[in-house]
Design a protein around this ligand. Structure first.
Ligand SMILES: C[S@@+](CC[C@H](N)C(=O)[O-])C[C@H]1O[C@@H](n2cnc3c(N)ncnc32)[C@H](O)[C@@H]1O
Length: 246
């Protein structure tokens, strides 16, 4: 059964209400997870950072953070697993309801088809992911994609919220493996304790992740798809050589 949930954001001077289409069905990506409420709140509070910037949401599901980013002026691409047509239909409905013009595209983590490569070539400033760190069999593919996206544009960051059920240690390990590092960690308790924030599980954490600064990287941009050698390296879980900038 489809329903609309309402999400309000405000500060002293401005307010925003976003309506999200949800399907009450036990399936990931068709209802709003608490992590996406925290990420959407963060984007609202930091909206000056996002206005006019390119944003890509991974595993967007119902796409609350991406839609808030579009509402505050970002140019947004919403993505999810390429096989999840029901998720795409649902996020399209939410974009229409909120009158935002987001591009919607399949992007399966760790896979490099022509469409994904065209996205990577365009470059993004912010990669978003709410509750995408939850299944350890997918961690490497997710971080391979994140790492590739971040290496495409100097200064870009991955902002993700996740429930610490997966354990921060595995995230630290993955960041080290993929040449990334954490620049910011924010707990639910660090946010102003409004009714909305207090209703979220305290185990949710928001982290910002950036590529390791390697001498010589600044100013260098990668603008083409991974070669077959590079794709193989990504999929065989080896650190691909193009991630190390000489
Ligand atoms: C727990 S849900 C979170 C959905 C949404 N971000 C939220 O917080 O409400 C995980 C999302 O990741 C997507 N996903 C899972 N595995 C994926 C993969 N290998 N590639 C791309 N998306 C994937 C699912 O389809 C789902 O939308």
């Amino acid at each position: 059964m489809r329903k609309l949930s309402e999400h309000s954001f405000e500060d002293g001077t401005r307010s925003l209400t976003v309506r999200i289409s949800e399907v009450k069905k036990e399936d990931y990506g068709l209802y709003v997870w608490p992590s996406s409420i925290l990420l959407a709140e963060y984007i609202w509070q930091q909206r000056a950072r996002f206005a006019g910037r390119k944003v890509l949401e991974l595993g967007a599901g119902t796409a609350l953070p991406g839609i808030v980013a579009a509402k505050v002026g970002a140019d947004v691409v919403l993505t999810d697993h390429a096989d999840r047509s029901e998720v795409f239909e649902n996020m399209k409905a939410s974009c229409e309801i909120n009158n935002v013009d987001c591009r919607i595209q399949g992007l399966t983590w760790g896979e490099w088809d022509v469409e994904t490569c065209s996205l990577l070539d365009a470059g993004v400033d912010f990669v978003l992911g709410a509750d995408v760190i939850y299944q350890n069999t997918e961690f490497d593919d997710l971080f391979a994609t994140v790492s590739y996206l971040l290496k495409g544009r100097p200064g870009s960051v991955f902002i993700t919220t996740y429930e610490k059920r997966s354990g921060h240690r595995s995230v630290e390990y993955l960041m080290a493996k993929w040449g990334l590092h954490c620049t910011t960690i924010i707990d639910v308790s660090d946010f102003e304790q409004t009714e909305k924030i207090s209703s979220l599980p305290s185990s949710i954490q928001l982290i910002e992740i950036a590529p390791e600064l390697i001498l010589g990287f600044v100013g260098q941009r990668r603008r083409s798809c991974p070669s077959s050698h590079e794709r193989r390296a990504l999929l065989t879980r080896k650190k691909p050589s193009f991630l190390v900038v000489r």
